[in-house]
Ligand binder design. Sequence first.
Ligand SMILES: [Zn+2]
Ligand SMILES: [Zn+2]
Length: 339
Amino acid sequence: MENMKAAVFEGVGKLVIKEVPVPKITRPDQVLIEVEACSICGTDVHITANPPGYIATPNTILGHEFCGIIREKGSQVDQVDIGDRVVVNPNNYCGKCAYCRKNLPNQCEHIEALGIDYDGAFAKYCVVSDKVAYKISKDIDPAIAACAEPLACAVNGLNKVDVKPGDSAVVIGSGPIGLMIAMLLHKSGIDKLYLLETAAKRVEFAKGLGIAKVINPIEEDAKGMIAHETGIGADFVFDVTGSQIVTSVDLARKGGTVVLFGVNKQARREIAQCEITTKELRVQGTWLANATFPQAVKIIESKAIDLRALITDEIGLDQLHTGLESLARGEGIKIIVRP
Ligand SMILES: [Zn+2]
Ligand SMILES: [Zn+2]
Protein backbone atom coordinates (compact mmCIF):
# COMPACT_ATOMS: atom_id res chain seq x y z
CA MET A 1 0.00 0.00 0.00
CA GLU A 2 1.23 3.47 -0.91
CA ASN A 3 2.19 5.78 1.96
CA MET A 4 2.25 9.54 2.45
CA LYS A 5 3.49 12.00 5.05
CA ALA A 6 0.78 13.50 7.30
CA ALA A 7 0.40 15.53 10.50
CA VAL A 8 -1.44 13.27 12.95
CA PHE A 9 -2.94 14.54 16.21
CA GLU A 10 -2.17 11.62 18.55
CA GLY A 11 -3.52 13.04 21.82
CA VAL A 12 -3.19 16.03 24.18
CA GLY A 13 -0.28 18.23 23.07
CA LYS A 14 1.00 15.62 20.62
CA LEU A 15 1.10 16.34 16.89
CA VAL A 16 3.35 13.97 14.94
CA ILE A 17 4.51 14.14 11.32
CA LYS A 18 4.62 10.53 10.14
CA GLU A 19 4.03 8.11 7.29
CA VAL A 20 0.43 6.90 6.94
CA PRO A 21 -1.39 5.00 4.18
CA VAL A 22 -2.82 7.11 1.32
CA PRO A 23 -6.62 7.34 1.96
CA LYS A 24 -9.00 5.49 -0.33
CA ILE A 25 -12.44 6.35 -1.68
CA THR A 26 -14.94 4.17 0.21
CA ARG A 27 -18.26 5.72 -0.89
CA PRO A 28 -19.60 6.53 -4.39
CA ASP A 29 -19.98 10.26 -3.56
CA GLN A 30 -16.33 10.76 -2.60
CA VAL A 31 -13.33 12.30 -4.33
CA LEU A 32 -9.60 11.84 -3.67
CA ILE A 33 -7.88 15.24 -3.60
CA GLU A 34 -4.15 15.89 -3.98
CA VAL A 35 -3.63 18.73 -1.51
CA GLU A 36 -1.86 21.77 -3.00
CA ALA A 37 -2.04 24.09 0.01
CA CYS A 38 -3.52 23.92 3.51
CA SER A 39 -3.70 26.95 5.76
CA ILE A 40 -3.08 26.70 9.52
CA CYS A 41 -6.17 27.80 11.46
CA GLY A 42 -6.35 29.21 14.99
CA THR A 43 -8.37 26.09 15.77
CA ASP A 44 -5.31 23.94 14.94
CA VAL A 45 -3.36 25.99 17.51
CA HIS A 46 -6.09 25.40 20.13
CA ILE A 47 -6.29 21.66 19.34
CA THR A 48 -2.55 21.09 19.73
CA ALA A 49 -2.15 23.28 22.84
CA ASN A 50 -1.73 21.66 26.25
CA PRO A 51 -4.28 21.96 27.85
CA PRO A 52 -6.25 22.02 24.60
CA GLY A 53 -8.59 24.96 23.88
CA TYR A 54 -10.53 22.88 21.36
CA ILE A 55 -11.15 19.13 21.38
CA ALA A 56 -10.23 16.93 18.40
CA THR A 57 -10.44 13.17 18.04
CA PRO A 58 -7.06 11.45 18.70
CA ASN A 59 -5.30 9.82 15.72
CA THR A 60 -6.86 12.24 13.23
CA ILE A 61 -4.92 14.03 10.49
CA LEU A 62 -5.44 17.77 11.11
CA GLY A 63 -5.87 20.51 8.48
CA HIS A 64 -9.22 21.85 7.24
CA GLU A 65 -8.56 25.02 5.18
CA PHE A 66 -7.28 23.76 1.85
CA CYS A 67 -7.41 23.46 -1.90
CA GLY A 68 -6.26 20.70 -4.21
CA ILE A 69 -6.73 18.78 -7.43
CA ILE A 70 -9.18 15.88 -7.78
CA ARG A 71 -7.25 12.74 -8.75
CA GLU A 72 -9.96 10.02 -8.34
CA LYS A 73 -13.73 10.06 -8.02
CA GLY A 74 -16.53 7.75 -6.93
CA SER A 75 -19.19 6.44 -9.34
CA GLN A 76 -21.87 8.97 -8.25
CA VAL A 77 -19.72 12.12 -8.44
CA ASP A 78 -21.10 14.47 -11.10
CA GLN A 79 -20.62 18.07 -9.83
CA VAL A 80 -16.83 18.01 -10.07
CA ASP A 81 -14.38 16.04 -12.19
CA ILE A 82 -10.90 14.52 -12.16
CA GLY A 83 -8.36 17.32 -12.75
CA ASP A 84 -10.57 20.06 -11.25
CA ARG A 85 -9.13 22.31 -8.58
CA VAL A 86 -11.48 22.51 -5.60
CA VAL A 87 -11.84 24.11 -2.20
CA VAL A 88 -13.69 22.19 0.49
CA ASN A 89 -16.22 23.00 3.19
CA PRO A 90 -14.70 20.89 5.98
CA ASN A 91 -18.03 20.70 7.82
CA ASN A 92 -19.87 17.99 5.94
CA TYR A 93 -23.60 17.87 6.65
CA CYS A 94 -26.20 15.12 6.30
CA GLY A 95 -28.74 17.08 4.24
CA LYS A 96 -31.63 15.31 5.95
CA CYS A 97 -31.89 16.39 9.62
CA ALA A 98 -34.26 19.09 10.92
CA TYR A 99 -31.57 21.81 10.64
CA CYS A 100 -30.40 20.80 7.18
CA ARG A 101 -34.06 20.94 6.09
CA LYS A 102 -34.28 24.44 7.56
CA ASN A 103 -31.36 25.40 5.29
CA LEU A 104 -28.93 25.58 8.21
CA PRO A 105 -26.35 22.93 7.22
CA ASN A 106 -23.81 24.59 9.55
CA GLN A 107 -26.08 23.52 12.42
CA CYS A 108 -26.51 19.94 11.10
CA GLU A 109 -27.17 17.40 13.86
CA HIS A 110 -24.72 14.97 12.22
CA ILE A 111 -21.99 17.43 11.20
CA GLU A 112 -18.61 15.85 10.38
CA ALA A 113 -15.62 18.13 10.97
CA LEU A 114 -12.79 17.26 8.59
CA GLY A 115 -9.32 17.77 10.03
CA ILE A 116 -10.77 17.68 13.58
CA ASP A 117 -12.80 14.48 13.88
CA TYR A 118 -11.99 12.94 10.48
CA ASP A 119 -8.72 12.87 8.54
CA GLY A 120 -7.91 16.28 7.06
CA ALA A 121 -5.47 17.94 4.69
CA PHE A 122 -2.10 18.33 6.41
CA ALA A 123 -1.15 15.44 4.11
CA LYS A 124 -0.50 14.74 0.45
CA TYR A 125 -4.01 13.34 -0.12
CA CYS A 126 -7.44 13.73 1.43
CA VAL A 127 -10.85 12.14 0.74
CA VAL A 128 -14.08 14.19 0.95
CA SER A 129 -17.69 14.01 -0.26
CA ASP A 130 -18.28 15.83 -3.57
CA LYS A 131 -21.17 17.60 -1.80
CA VAL A 132 -18.69 19.84 0.03
CA ALA A 133 -16.17 20.36 -2.82
CA TYR A 134 -16.39 23.60 -4.82
CA LYS A 135 -14.58 24.18 -8.08
CA ILE A 136 -12.20 27.14 -8.15
CA SER A 137 -10.13 28.59 -11.02
CA LYS A 138 -6.64 27.20 -11.64
CA ASP A 139 -5.48 30.79 -12.25
CA ILE A 140 -5.64 31.41 -8.50
CA ASP A 141 -2.52 30.89 -6.38
CA PRO A 142 -3.23 27.75 -4.27
CA ALA A 143 -2.10 29.62 -1.14
CA ILE A 144 -4.91 32.13 -1.70
CA ALA A 145 -7.47 29.47 -2.64
CA ALA A 146 -6.69 27.74 0.68
CA CYS A 147 -8.19 30.80 2.41
CA ALA A 148 -11.68 30.02 1.01
CA GLU A 149 -12.87 28.35 4.22
CA PRO A 150 -12.19 31.20 6.69
CA LEU A 151 -13.44 33.63 4.03
CA ALA A 152 -16.71 31.67 3.70
CA CYS A 153 -17.11 31.94 7.51
CA ALA A 154 -16.44 35.71 7.40
CA VAL A 155 -18.98 36.09 4.58
CA ASN A 156 -21.57 34.13 6.59
CA GLY A 157 -21.22 36.67 9.42
CA LEU A 158 -21.51 39.66 7.09
CA ASN A 159 -24.51 38.19 5.28
CA LYS A 160 -26.41 38.16 8.58
CA VAL A 161 -26.33 41.95 8.95
CA ASP A 162 -27.26 44.85 6.71
CA VAL A 163 -24.08 46.91 6.39
CA LYS A 164 -24.46 49.89 4.07
CA PRO A 165 -21.98 52.34 2.53
CA GLY A 166 -21.37 55.21 4.92
CA ASP A 167 -21.90 53.10 8.06
CA SER A 168 -19.27 52.80 10.78
CA ALA A 169 -17.89 49.54 12.15
CA VAL A 170 -15.48 48.19 14.75
CA VAL A 171 -13.76 44.82 14.41
CA ILE A 172 -12.32 43.48 17.67
CA GLY A 173 -9.38 41.12 17.00
CA SER A 174 -7.10 41.38 13.99
CA GLY A 175 -6.28 37.75 13.31
CA PRO A 176 -6.99 36.44 9.79
CA ILE A 177 -10.79 36.36 10.13
CA GLY A 178 -10.93 39.80 11.74
CA LEU A 179 -8.79 41.18 8.91
CA MET A 180 -10.91 39.43 6.25
CA ILE A 181 -14.07 40.96 7.77
CA ALA A 182 -12.36 44.35 7.86
CA MET A 183 -11.30 43.98 4.20
CA LEU A 184 -14.85 43.06 3.16
CA LEU A 185 -16.28 46.00 5.16
CA HIS A 186 -13.71 48.36 3.62
CA LYS A 187 -14.66 47.10 0.16
CA SER A 188 -18.35 47.65 0.86
CA GLY A 189 -17.88 51.37 1.41
CA ILE A 190 -17.81 51.63 5.20
CA ASP A 191 -17.08 55.22 6.23
CA LYS A 192 -15.29 54.81 9.54
CA LEU A 193 -13.63 51.45 10.24
CA TYR A 194 -11.72 50.56 13.41
CA LEU A 195 -9.64 47.50 14.26
CA LEU A 196 -8.96 46.76 17.93
CA GLU A 197 -5.94 44.58 18.71
CA THR A 198 -3.64 44.17 21.70
CA ALA A 199 -0.79 41.97 20.30
CA ALA A 200 2.00 44.36 19.24
CA LYS A 201 2.97 42.49 16.04
CA ARG A 202 -0.63 42.24 14.91
CA VAL A 203 -1.18 45.96 15.58
CA GLU A 204 1.74 46.75 13.27
CA PHE A 205 0.56 44.26 10.64
CA ALA A 206 -3.01 45.64 10.66
CA LYS A 207 -1.71 49.20 10.34
CA GLY A 208 0.30 48.15 7.30
CA LEU A 209 -2.86 47.11 5.43
CA GLY A 210 -4.07 50.70 5.48
CA ILE A 211 -7.78 49.87 5.53
CA ALA A 212 -8.78 50.88 9.07
CA LYS A 213 -7.78 52.94 12.08
CA VAL A 214 -5.97 50.44 14.33
CA ILE A 215 -6.38 50.98 18.07
CA ASN A 216 -4.60 49.15 20.88
CA PRO A 217 -7.25 49.42 23.63
CA ILE A 218 -4.63 48.84 26.35
CA GLU A 219 -2.73 51.96 25.33
CA GLU A 220 -5.49 54.12 23.91
CA ASP A 221 -9.04 55.11 24.87
CA ALA A 222 -10.89 53.18 22.17
CA LYS A 223 -14.38 54.13 23.34
CA GLY A 224 -13.51 57.82 23.59
CA MET A 225 -11.92 57.91 20.12
CA ILE A 226 -14.75 55.99 18.43
CA ALA A 227 -17.48 57.99 20.20
CA HIS A 228 -15.76 61.25 19.28
CA GLU A 229 -15.24 60.39 15.60
CA THR A 230 -18.64 58.79 14.97
CA GLY A 231 -20.55 61.17 17.23
CA ILE A 232 -22.75 58.39 18.65
CA GLY A 233 -20.75 55.13 18.60
CA ALA A 234 -20.39 52.44 15.93
CA ASP A 235 -23.26 51.15 13.81
CA PHE A 236 -21.72 47.65 13.87
CA VAL A 237 -19.31 45.91 16.22
CA PHE A 238 -17.83 42.52 15.26
CA ASP A 239 -16.22 40.56 18.08
CA VAL A 240 -13.89 38.06 16.45
CA THR A 241 -12.19 37.07 19.72
CA GLY A 242 -15.12 35.23 21.28
CA SER A 243 -14.81 37.04 24.60
CA GLN A 244 -15.48 40.75 24.08
CA ILE A 245 -19.27 41.02 24.34
CA VAL A 246 -19.08 43.65 27.10
CA THR A 247 -16.77 45.91 25.08
CA SER A 248 -18.87 45.27 21.95
CA VAL A 249 -22.08 46.38 23.68
CA ASP A 250 -20.24 49.41 25.03
CA LEU A 251 -18.88 50.51 21.63
CA ALA A 252 -22.13 50.08 19.67
CA ARG A 253 -24.41 53.07 19.20
CA LYS A 254 -28.04 52.99 20.33
CA GLY A 255 -29.95 50.80 17.86
CA GLY A 256 -26.65 49.34 16.62
CA THR A 257 -25.70 45.73 15.95
CA VAL A 258 -23.20 43.45 17.68
CA VAL A 259 -22.00 40.38 15.76
CA LEU A 260 -20.40 37.63 17.84
CA PHE A 261 -17.98 35.68 15.70
CA GLY A 262 -15.12 34.04 17.54
CA VAL A 263 -15.46 31.06 19.85
CA ASN A 264 -13.80 30.96 23.25
CA LYS A 265 -15.37 28.16 25.26
CA GLN A 266 -13.78 29.42 28.49
CA ALA A 267 -15.16 32.96 28.26
CA ARG A 268 -17.85 33.92 30.80
CA ARG A 269 -18.73 37.59 30.95
CA GLU A 270 -20.95 39.47 33.36
CA ILE A 271 -23.07 41.85 31.36
CA ALA A 272 -25.68 44.45 32.33
CA GLN A 273 -28.60 43.17 30.26
CA CYS A 274 -30.31 46.56 30.53
CA GLU A 275 -27.56 47.98 28.27
CA ILE A 276 -28.82 45.79 25.43
CA THR A 277 -32.45 46.56 26.28
CA THR A 278 -32.22 50.32 26.65
CA LYS A 279 -29.78 50.79 23.76
CA GLU A 280 -32.07 48.59 21.64
CA LEU A 281 -29.11 46.58 20.37
CA ARG A 282 -29.32 43.65 18.03
CA VAL A 283 -26.93 40.83 19.06
CA GLN A 284 -26.24 38.29 16.33
CA GLY A 285 -24.19 35.10 16.63
CA THR A 286 -22.59 33.52 13.56
CA TRP A 287 -21.05 30.06 13.25
CA LEU A 288 -19.04 28.41 10.46
CA ALA A 289 -20.01 28.82 6.81
CA ASN A 290 -23.62 28.47 5.71
CA ALA A 291 -23.96 28.00 1.96
CA THR A 292 -21.35 30.76 1.57
CA PHE A 293 -18.63 28.83 -0.28
CA PRO A 294 -19.89 29.86 -3.75
CA GLN A 295 -19.72 33.52 -2.65
CA ALA A 296 -16.23 33.04 -1.15
CA VAL A 297 -15.02 31.43 -4.41
CA LYS A 298 -16.35 34.42 -6.39
CA ILE A 299 -14.65 36.91 -4.07
CA ILE A 300 -11.34 35.05 -4.50
CA GLU A 301 -11.66 34.67 -8.30
CA SER A 302 -12.61 38.33 -8.78
CA LYS A 303 -9.74 39.41 -6.46
CA ALA A 304 -12.20 41.72 -4.69
CA ILE A 305 -9.97 41.77 -1.62
CA ASP A 306 -6.20 41.30 -1.32
CA LEU A 307 -5.89 37.98 0.50
CA ARG A 308 -2.23 37.71 -0.56
CA ALA A 309 -1.54 40.53 1.92
CA LEU A 310 -2.60 38.24 4.80
CA ILE A 311 -0.18 35.40 3.95
CA THR A 312 2.90 35.82 6.12
CA ASP A 313 4.62 32.44 5.53
CA GLU A 314 4.56 29.42 3.22
CA ILE A 315 6.14 26.31 4.73
CA GLY A 316 6.53 22.57 4.19
CA LEU A 317 4.73 19.95 6.28
CA ASP A 318 7.93 19.33 8.29
CA GLN A 319 7.81 22.95 9.53
CA LEU A 320 4.19 22.71 10.78
CA HIS A 321 5.20 22.93 14.46
CA THR A 322 7.14 26.14 13.82
CA GLY A 323 4.09 27.58 12.07
CA LEU A 324 1.78 26.65 14.94
CA GLU A 325 4.17 28.26 17.44
CA SER A 326 4.35 31.47 15.39
CA LEU A 327 0.53 31.71 15.39
CA ALA A 328 0.34 30.92 19.12
CA ARG A 329 2.71 33.87 19.78
CA GLY A 330 0.45 36.17 17.71
CA GLU A 331 3.19 36.71 15.10
CA GLY A 332 2.11 35.01 11.87
CA ILE A 333 -1.25 35.84 10.31
CA LYS A 334 -1.99 33.28 7.58
CA ILE A 335 0.59 30.50 7.35
CA ILE A 336 0.21 28.16 4.39
CA VAL A 337 1.48 24.57 4.42
CA ARG A 338 2.39 22.94 1.11
CA PRO A 339 2.33 19.20 1.85
ZN1 LIG B 1 -10.44 27.05 10.55
ZN1 LIG C 1 -28.07 17.49 8.89
